[in-house]
Design a protein around this ligand. Structure first.
Ligand code: C2O
Length: 347
Protein backbone atom coordinates (compact mmCIF):
# COMPACT_ATOMS: atom_id res chain seq x y z
CA UNK A 1 0.00 0.00 0.00
CA UNK A 2 1.14 3.51 -0.72
CA UNK A 3 0.05 5.28 2.40
CA UNK A 4 0.32 9.02 2.53
CA UNK A 5 1.81 9.96 5.82
CA UNK A 6 2.48 13.67 5.72
CA UNK A 7 0.97 16.29 7.93
CA UNK A 8 -0.99 18.79 5.87
CA UNK A 9 -4.16 20.82 6.36
CA UNK A 10 -7.45 19.99 4.70
CA UNK A 11 -8.21 23.49 3.46
CA UNK A 12 -11.94 22.94 3.21
CA UNK A 13 -12.25 21.78 6.81
CA UNK A 14 -11.90 25.09 8.65
CA UNK A 15 -13.98 25.25 11.82
CA UNK A 16 -14.21 26.97 15.19
CA UNK A 17 -11.27 26.27 17.38
CA UNK A 18 -10.01 26.85 20.85
CA UNK A 19 -7.22 29.32 21.37
CA UNK A 20 -7.30 28.12 24.96
CA UNK A 21 -9.57 25.53 26.54
CA UNK A 22 -11.81 28.27 27.88
CA UNK A 23 -11.88 30.30 24.71
CA UNK A 24 -13.76 29.63 21.48
CA UNK A 25 -12.46 31.41 18.42
CA UNK A 26 -13.18 31.37 14.74
CA UNK A 27 -10.38 32.49 12.49
CA UNK A 28 -11.33 30.86 9.22
CA UNK A 29 -10.60 32.84 6.06
CA UNK A 30 -13.69 34.16 4.23
CA UNK A 31 -13.49 31.73 1.32
CA UNK A 32 -11.88 28.35 1.69
CA UNK A 33 -9.35 27.85 -1.01
CA UNK A 34 -9.13 24.40 -2.49
CA UNK A 35 -5.79 22.73 -2.88
CA UNK A 36 -6.29 21.95 -6.58
CA UNK A 37 -5.48 25.58 -7.44
CA UNK A 38 -2.19 25.52 -5.55
CA UNK A 39 1.13 25.79 -7.36
CA UNK A 40 4.28 24.09 -6.10
CA UNK A 41 6.79 26.27 -4.32
CA UNK A 42 9.80 27.35 -6.35
CA UNK A 43 12.95 29.14 -5.29
CA UNK A 44 13.12 32.60 -6.79
CA UNK A 45 16.63 33.15 -5.61
CA UNK A 46 19.43 32.66 -8.07
CA UNK A 47 23.16 32.91 -7.40
CA UNK A 48 23.30 36.25 -9.14
CA UNK A 49 20.65 37.90 -7.00
CA UNK A 50 21.66 39.50 -3.75
CA UNK A 51 20.63 37.85 -0.52
CA UNK A 52 18.12 39.84 1.49
CA UNK A 53 19.61 40.58 4.88
CA UNK A 54 17.42 40.53 7.97
CA UNK A 55 18.83 43.08 10.41
CA UNK A 56 18.60 43.69 14.11
CA UNK A 57 15.58 45.86 14.96
CA UNK A 58 17.68 47.85 17.43
CA UNK A 59 20.14 49.00 14.80
CA UNK A 60 18.01 49.96 11.83
CA UNK A 61 18.57 53.30 10.18
CA UNK A 62 15.66 55.64 9.54
CA UNK A 63 15.52 54.76 5.83
CA UNK A 64 15.02 51.10 6.65
CA UNK A 65 12.32 51.87 9.22
CA UNK A 66 10.63 54.18 6.72
CA UNK A 67 10.51 51.37 4.16
CA UNK A 68 8.98 48.93 6.60
CA UNK A 69 6.56 51.62 7.81
CA UNK A 70 5.39 52.19 4.26
CA UNK A 71 5.06 48.48 3.47
CA UNK A 72 3.13 47.72 6.65
CA UNK A 73 0.87 50.75 6.19
CA UNK A 74 -0.09 49.50 2.73
CA UNK A 75 -0.56 45.97 4.03
CA UNK A 76 -2.86 47.28 6.77
CA UNK A 77 -4.90 49.21 4.22
CA UNK A 78 -5.71 46.15 2.10
CA UNK A 79 -9.21 44.74 2.55
CA UNK A 80 -9.87 41.59 4.54
CA UNK A 81 -10.84 39.82 1.31
CA UNK A 82 -7.22 40.13 0.16
CA UNK A 83 -5.02 37.36 1.61
CA UNK A 84 -2.07 39.76 1.57
CA UNK A 85 -3.82 42.09 4.04
CA UNK A 86 -2.46 42.41 7.56
CA UNK A 87 -5.66 41.05 9.07
CA UNK A 88 -5.45 37.91 6.96
CA UNK A 89 -1.75 37.55 7.75
CA UNK A 90 -2.56 37.84 11.45
CA UNK A 91 -5.36 35.30 11.17
CA UNK A 92 -2.99 32.78 9.60
CA UNK A 93 -1.45 32.36 12.99
CA UNK A 94 -4.83 31.86 14.57
CA UNK A 95 -5.89 29.18 12.07
CA UNK A 96 -2.73 27.12 12.31
CA UNK A 97 -2.13 27.58 16.00
CA UNK A 98 -5.53 26.81 17.44
CA UNK A 99 -6.50 23.74 15.46
CA UNK A 100 -8.88 25.33 12.95
CA UNK A 101 -8.09 22.82 10.21
CA UNK A 102 -8.32 19.07 10.16
CA UNK A 103 -5.43 17.18 8.70
CA UNK A 104 -5.69 15.92 5.16
CA UNK A 105 -4.71 12.38 6.01
CA UNK A 106 -6.24 12.02 9.44
CA UNK A 107 -9.23 13.47 11.22
CA UNK A 108 -7.00 15.06 13.87
CA UNK A 109 -6.67 18.84 13.77
CA UNK A 110 -3.48 20.76 13.02
CA UNK A 111 -1.68 22.86 15.55
CA UNK A 112 1.89 23.62 14.59
CA UNK A 113 3.15 24.35 18.10
CA UNK A 114 4.73 22.06 20.68
CA UNK A 115 6.15 19.67 18.07
CA UNK A 116 8.72 19.35 15.26
CA UNK A 117 6.85 21.47 12.68
CA UNK A 118 7.23 24.60 14.81
CA UNK A 119 10.40 25.94 13.15
CA UNK A 120 9.64 25.07 9.52
CA UNK A 121 6.04 26.34 9.68
CA UNK A 122 7.03 29.72 11.11
CA UNK A 123 9.88 30.02 8.59
CA UNK A 124 7.37 29.59 5.74
CA UNK A 125 4.95 32.05 7.31
CA UNK A 126 7.60 34.76 7.65
CA UNK A 127 8.96 34.05 4.19
CA UNK A 128 5.63 34.79 2.49
CA UNK A 129 4.88 37.69 4.84
CA UNK A 130 8.22 39.27 3.93
CA UNK A 131 7.78 38.71 0.19
CA UNK A 132 4.35 40.34 0.33
CA UNK A 133 5.71 43.38 2.20
CA UNK A 134 8.55 43.65 -0.34
CA UNK A 135 6.18 43.55 -3.30
CA UNK A 136 3.86 46.16 -1.78
CA UNK A 137 6.69 48.69 -1.92
CA UNK A 138 8.21 47.18 -5.02
CA UNK A 139 11.54 46.66 -3.29
CA UNK A 140 12.99 43.22 -3.73
CA UNK A 141 15.68 43.81 -1.10
CA UNK A 142 13.22 44.32 1.74
CA UNK A 143 13.75 41.95 4.68
CA UNK A 144 12.10 41.73 8.08
CA UNK A 145 14.10 42.93 11.07
CA UNK A 146 14.64 40.61 14.03
CA UNK A 147 14.36 41.41 17.72
CA UNK A 148 17.73 40.20 18.93
CA UNK A 149 16.56 39.57 22.53
CA UNK A 150 19.47 37.22 23.23
CA UNK A 151 21.99 40.04 22.75
CA UNK A 152 22.81 42.22 25.80
CA UNK A 153 22.36 45.45 23.83
CA UNK A 154 18.92 44.46 22.49
CA UNK A 155 17.11 42.98 25.46
CA UNK A 156 14.85 45.99 25.78
CA UNK A 157 11.69 46.05 23.65
CA UNK A 158 12.68 47.63 20.29
CA UNK A 159 11.69 51.29 20.17
CA UNK A 160 10.63 51.07 16.53
CA UNK A 161 7.58 49.10 17.59
CA UNK A 162 6.32 52.01 19.66
CA UNK A 163 5.60 54.15 16.61
CA UNK A 164 3.43 54.36 13.52
CA UNK A 165 1.86 51.16 12.17
CA UNK A 166 3.98 49.06 14.57
CA UNK A 167 2.01 50.14 17.63
CA UNK A 168 -0.24 47.62 19.32
CA UNK A 169 -2.38 48.83 22.22
CA UNK A 170 -2.50 45.34 23.78
CA UNK A 171 1.01 45.26 25.23
CA UNK A 172 2.22 45.47 28.79
CA UNK A 173 3.42 49.10 29.07
CA UNK A 174 5.41 48.49 32.24
CA UNK A 175 7.71 46.22 30.23
CA UNK A 176 8.69 48.72 27.53
CA UNK A 177 11.75 50.04 29.29
CA UNK A 178 12.95 46.95 31.06
CA UNK A 179 15.41 44.24 30.18
CA UNK A 180 13.27 41.31 29.05
CA UNK A 181 13.15 38.27 31.30
CA UNK A 182 13.73 35.43 28.83
CA UNK A 183 12.47 32.92 31.36
CA UNK A 184 9.53 35.08 32.40
CA UNK A 185 6.48 33.72 34.00
CA UNK A 186 4.03 35.92 35.77
CA UNK A 187 4.39 33.99 39.04
CA UNK A 188 8.03 34.74 39.56
CA UNK A 189 8.20 38.39 38.57
CA UNK A 190 11.23 40.24 39.72
CA UNK A 191 13.63 37.43 40.54
CA UNK A 192 16.59 39.29 39.20
CA UNK A 193 17.43 42.27 41.33
CA UNK A 194 18.92 44.53 38.69
CA UNK A 195 19.42 45.02 34.99
CA UNK A 196 22.90 43.52 34.88
CA UNK A 197 21.74 40.50 36.83
CA UNK A 198 18.83 40.03 34.41
CA UNK A 199 21.20 40.24 31.44
CA UNK A 200 23.48 37.61 32.99
CA UNK A 201 20.57 35.35 33.87
CA UNK A 202 19.32 35.65 30.29
CA UNK A 203 22.70 34.74 28.81
CA UNK A 204 23.10 31.68 31.01
CA UNK A 205 19.55 30.69 30.14
CA UNK A 206 20.29 30.98 26.39
CA UNK A 207 23.37 28.78 26.82
CA UNK A 208 21.20 26.15 28.43
CA UNK A 209 18.35 26.30 25.91
CA UNK A 210 20.49 26.28 22.74
CA UNK A 211 23.53 24.31 23.86
CA UNK A 212 23.40 22.30 27.08
CA UNK A 213 19.78 21.15 26.92
CA UNK A 214 19.47 20.93 23.12
CA UNK A 215 22.11 18.44 22.01
CA UNK A 216 19.65 16.22 20.15
CA UNK A 217 17.31 17.32 17.34
CA UNK A 218 14.13 16.28 19.16
CA UNK A 219 15.16 18.34 22.17
CA UNK A 220 15.58 21.49 20.10
CA UNK A 221 13.07 20.92 17.28
CA UNK A 222 10.30 19.31 19.36
CA UNK A 223 8.71 15.88 19.41
CA UNK A 224 7.89 13.90 16.25
CA UNK A 225 4.29 14.31 15.20
CA UNK A 226 2.80 11.65 12.93
CA UNK A 227 -0.66 11.74 11.37
CA UNK A 228 -3.02 10.03 13.71
CA UNK A 229 -6.15 10.34 15.74
CA UNK A 230 -4.52 12.08 18.66
CA UNK A 231 -2.34 14.18 16.36
CA UNK A 232 -0.62 16.00 19.18
CA UNK A 233 2.68 14.86 20.62
CA UNK A 234 2.97 17.90 22.89
CA UNK A 235 6.72 18.04 23.39
CA UNK A 236 7.96 21.55 22.59
CA UNK A 237 11.62 22.13 21.86
CA UNK A 238 13.77 23.90 24.44
CA UNK A 239 13.74 27.34 22.82
CA UNK A 240 10.09 27.09 21.79
CA UNK A 241 9.16 26.67 25.44
CA UNK A 242 11.40 29.56 26.43
CA UNK A 243 12.34 32.21 25.37
CA UNK A 244 9.69 31.75 22.65
CA UNK A 245 6.61 31.33 24.85
CA UNK A 246 7.96 33.51 27.63
CA UNK A 247 8.68 36.51 25.39
CA UNK A 248 5.15 36.17 23.97
CA UNK A 249 3.72 36.36 27.48
CA UNK A 250 6.07 39.13 28.54
CA UNK A 251 5.04 41.43 25.67
CA UNK A 252 1.26 40.92 25.93
CA UNK A 253 -0.93 43.06 28.19
CA UNK A 254 -0.90 41.33 31.55
CA UNK A 255 -4.35 42.60 32.57
CA UNK A 256 -5.89 40.70 29.63
CA UNK A 257 -7.17 37.21 30.46
CA UNK A 258 -4.52 35.50 28.34
CA UNK A 259 -1.98 38.30 27.97
CA UNK A 260 -3.39 39.16 24.54
CA UNK A 261 -2.26 40.06 21.99
CA UNK A 262 1.18 38.49 22.03
CA UNK A 263 0.44 36.14 24.93
CA UNK A 264 -2.18 34.02 23.17
CA UNK A 265 -1.90 31.95 20.00
CA UNK A 266 -5.14 33.20 18.48
CA UNK A 267 -4.18 36.88 18.81
CA UNK A 268 -0.37 36.98 18.59
CA UNK A 269 -0.23 37.65 14.83
CA UNK A 270 -2.05 40.97 15.36
CA UNK A 271 0.98 42.50 17.04
CA UNK A 272 3.47 43.68 14.38
CA UNK A 273 6.36 42.78 16.70
CA UNK A 274 5.34 39.11 16.35
CA UNK A 275 7.16 38.89 13.01
CA UNK A 276 10.42 40.22 14.45
CA UNK A 277 10.15 37.98 17.51
CA UNK A 278 9.85 35.03 15.14
CA UNK A 279 12.63 36.25 12.87
CA UNK A 280 14.93 35.93 15.88
CA UNK A 281 13.71 32.38 16.52
CA UNK A 282 14.27 31.58 12.86
CA UNK A 283 17.81 32.95 13.18
CA UNK A 284 18.42 30.89 16.33
CA UNK A 285 17.39 27.73 14.44
CA UNK A 286 20.39 28.39 12.14
CA UNK A 287 22.65 29.22 15.10
CA UNK A 288 21.73 25.90 16.74
CA UNK A 289 22.30 24.10 13.41
CA UNK A 290 25.79 25.59 13.10
CA UNK A 291 26.78 24.90 16.71
CA UNK A 292 25.65 21.28 16.67
CA UNK A 293 26.33 20.63 12.97
CA UNK A 294 22.77 19.44 12.34
CA UNK A 295 22.28 20.50 8.74
CA UNK A 296 19.51 17.98 8.20
CA UNK A 297 18.04 18.08 11.70
CA UNK A 298 15.49 15.36 11.10
CA UNK A 299 15.88 12.75 8.38
CA UNK A 300 12.33 11.50 8.42
CA UNK A 301 10.10 11.55 5.34
CA UNK A 302 6.99 12.47 7.33
CA UNK A 303 8.70 15.61 8.57
CA UNK A 304 10.42 16.42 5.27
CA UNK A 305 7.30 15.94 3.16
CA UNK A 306 4.78 17.64 5.43
CA UNK A 307 3.39 20.68 3.66
CA UNK A 308 1.33 23.82 4.06
CA UNK A 309 -0.33 26.40 1.84
CA UNK A 310 0.32 30.12 1.77
CA UNK A 311 -0.66 32.93 -0.55
CA UNK A 312 2.32 34.55 -2.18
CA UNK A 313 2.79 38.18 -3.23
CA UNK A 314 1.04 37.47 -6.55
CA UNK A 315 -2.06 36.07 -4.83
CA UNK A 316 -1.21 32.54 -5.88
CA UNK A 317 -1.79 29.74 -3.41
CA UNK A 318 1.53 27.95 -2.94
CA UNK A 319 2.14 24.47 -1.61
CA UNK A 320 5.39 24.38 0.34
CA UNK A 321 7.11 21.46 2.04
CA UNK A 322 9.34 21.33 5.09
CA UNK A 323 12.20 20.15 2.87
CA UNK A 324 11.87 23.40 0.88
CA UNK A 325 12.82 25.57 3.83
CA UNK A 326 15.90 23.96 5.35
CA UNK A 327 18.33 26.50 3.89
CA UNK A 328 17.53 30.21 4.16
CA UNK A 329 20.05 31.09 1.46
CA UNK A 330 18.04 29.10 -1.06
CA UNK A 331 15.04 31.09 0.12
CA UNK A 332 17.05 34.21 -0.67
CA UNK A 333 17.75 35.61 2.77
CA UNK A 334 20.29 35.59 5.53
CA UNK A 335 20.82 37.26 8.90
CA UNK A 336 23.10 40.07 9.88
CA UNK A 337 25.74 38.63 12.19
CA UNK A 338 25.41 39.76 15.76
CA UNK A 339 27.35 38.93 18.88
CA UNK A 340 26.43 35.58 20.44
CA UNK A 341 27.30 36.73 23.93
CA UNK A 342 25.81 33.61 25.53
CA UNK A 343 28.05 31.14 23.64
CA UNK A 344 30.51 30.84 26.48
CA UNK A 345 28.16 31.60 29.35
CA UNK A 346 28.12 28.11 30.68
CA UNK A 347 26.42 28.48 34.07
CU1 C2O B 1 3.10 30.34 16.30
CU2 C2O B 1 5.30 32.49 18.50
O1 C2O B 1 4.02 31.30 17.76
Amino acid sequence: ANMTMEISPNLTSCHDSYGRPDLLVNCCPPLSATDDVAIDFQYIYSKSSKLRVRRSAHHLDTTYIAKYTKALTIMKSLPYSDPRSFSRQALLHCTFCTGAYDQKFSSATIDIHRQWLFYPFHRMYLYFHERILASLIDDDTFALPFWNWDNPDSMIFPKMFLEGPFVDSQREPSHFNKVVDLNYNSYTVGNASGEQEQVDTNLAFMYNQVIAAAKKPELFMGCPLYPGEDGYCDGPGTVELAPHNTVHTWVGLSSNPHNENMGAFYSAGWDPCFYSHHANLDRIWDVWRDIHGMYLPINDTVWLNSYFYFYNENLQLVKIKVSDVLNTKELGYTYEETDLAWLNKRP
